[in-house]
Design a protein around this ligand. Structure first.
Ligand code: NAD
Length: 373
């Protein structure tokens, strides 16, 4: 069984789906890794490192795209789709909620397609959890970018010429990314506050030494551990608290997401208008609809002296680190699907397979994407 790794061709994508370390492990599992020449360059991995690990290097994407198992970071482009054939396994961050038509295309092609973002967040799944590994790095990078755009200093500085007060940082949404953003701001000496709607998040914020601001609506966490959308009354209560708090903040990083839906709009234009000039907002949810009114992915807009940075693919900006973790997540997942002698043996009843498998045998099999009958 061949396992293919191609260069990612979507805009702003620098990560790669396998590293020399995981290639070596695939080889040891009895698989034959094929790597497109140049696949890892943007993630600081040279061809010779893959070759040294036992991969066969191939010119151009075609041969790697034809492998029985295809590993991807992002969903295939139209050109890549045209090369795929029935029976292949496709594993990657396929972003199915935003690309439902492509899910149909996977079924029509006869692909066995796995969307890694749909992995249940169970203890057993932790080593395969791409959302966590990438969000952790993204949260760190978000705070670094916000700090770099801020033209004052983060820590308190006591100098002979006077004392500089520490920056006030507010993090909205304290999941994996938000908690890492909080930790990064704390390390820099900022005064950090944060909000979320899940009760567990409040405790986690406090355990990092930040102060919780906001309110926890009743039953705001779903059984899967995610947040649910707020009711209009709850939104109004949150808006009242956030609006007041934002007036005194210097740096705001927003990370709030509801899986499968547009990100909740939490910071309005009126709230931005009431902030101090020189403040910086980084909207990590800019690509999924935006937590901040007026944010645009990949752009920085300035409104009334407040800079709003719309994040775009932050993990890709840390491609070497992000690829190491992502590749390891995929390796752990592929080990579920392959028997000891390197043959495919997909355990279709396994909860991790059921949770991620979109299409198989020409049909959409995932309950969230099956057409209504
Ligand atoms: P996410 O990316 O879906 O959302 C980011 C944060 O935004 C979440 O903390 C969410 O509660 C918050 N949010 C949503 N709507 C909001 C609103 N209106 N106002 C304020 N905050 C809002 O979350 P995530 O980082 O993927 O984490 C989701 C859950 O998964 C968490 O419970 C986390 O602890 C859990 N998790 C479990 C494991 C595991 O045990 N294997 C691993 C990782 C994450």
């Amino acid at each position: 069984m061949r396992i293919g790794i191609v260069k990612e061709r979507r805009d702003h994508e620098r990560r790669v789906a396998a590293t020399p370390e995981t290639v070596k492990r695939y080889k040891a599992m009895g698989l034959e890794p094929l790597v497109e020449r140049g696949a890892g360059i943007a993630a600081a991995i040279g061809d010779e490192a893959y070759e040294g690990a036992g991969a066969r290097l191939v010119e151009g994407p075609e041969e790697a795209l034809a492998c029985g198992i295809l590993l991807k970071v992002q969903r295939p482009t139209d050109d890549e789709m045209a090369s795929l054939r029935s029976g292949q396994l496709l594993i990657g961050m396929l972003d199915p909620y935003m690309n439902r038509e492509q899910v149909e295309a996977y079924a029509e092609k006869g692909l066995t397609a796995f969307a890694m973002e749909l992995l249940p967040r169970t203890t057993r799944a932790q080593a395969m959890d791409v959302l966590s590994s990438q969000a952790n790095l993204a949260g760190y990078r978000a705070m670094i970018e916000a700090m770099a755009a801020y033209s004052r200093v983060l820590p308190m500085m006591m100098t002979a010429a006077g004392t500089v007060t520490p920056a006030k940082v507010f993090v909205i949404g304290a999941g994996v990314a938000g908690l890492q953003a909080i930790a990064t701001a704390k390390r820099m000496g900022a005064v950090v506050t944060a909000t979320d709607v899940r009760p567990a998040a409040k405790e986690e914020i406090e355990s990092l030494g930040a102060k919780f601001v906001g309110f926890i609506p009743k039953d705001a966490a779903t059984a899967g551990g995610y947040a649910r959308p707020l009711t209009p009354e709850e939104q109004a209560e949150q808006a009242r608290i956030v609006a007041e708090h934002l007036k005194s903040q210097d740096i705001v990083v927003t990370t709030a997401q509801i899986p499968g839906r547009k990100a909740p709009r939490i910071v309005t234009a009126a709230m931005v208008a009431a902030m101090k000039p020189g403040s910086v907002i980084l909207d990590m949810a800019a690509e999924s609809g935006g937590n901040v009114e007026g944010s645009r992915p990949g752009e920085t807009v300035e409104i009334g002296g407040v800079r709003i940075i719309g994040a775009r693919n932050l993990p890709s900006k840390l491609a070497p680190a992000a690829s190491i973790l992502y590749a390891k997540n995929l390796l752990n997942f592929v080990q579920l699907l392959v028997s000891k002698d390197g043959k495919l043996a997909i355990p279709f009843d396994d909860e991790l397979v059921k949770g991620t498998l979109l299409t198989h045998d020409g049909k959409i099999v995932h309950p969230n994407f099956r057409p209504a009958s």
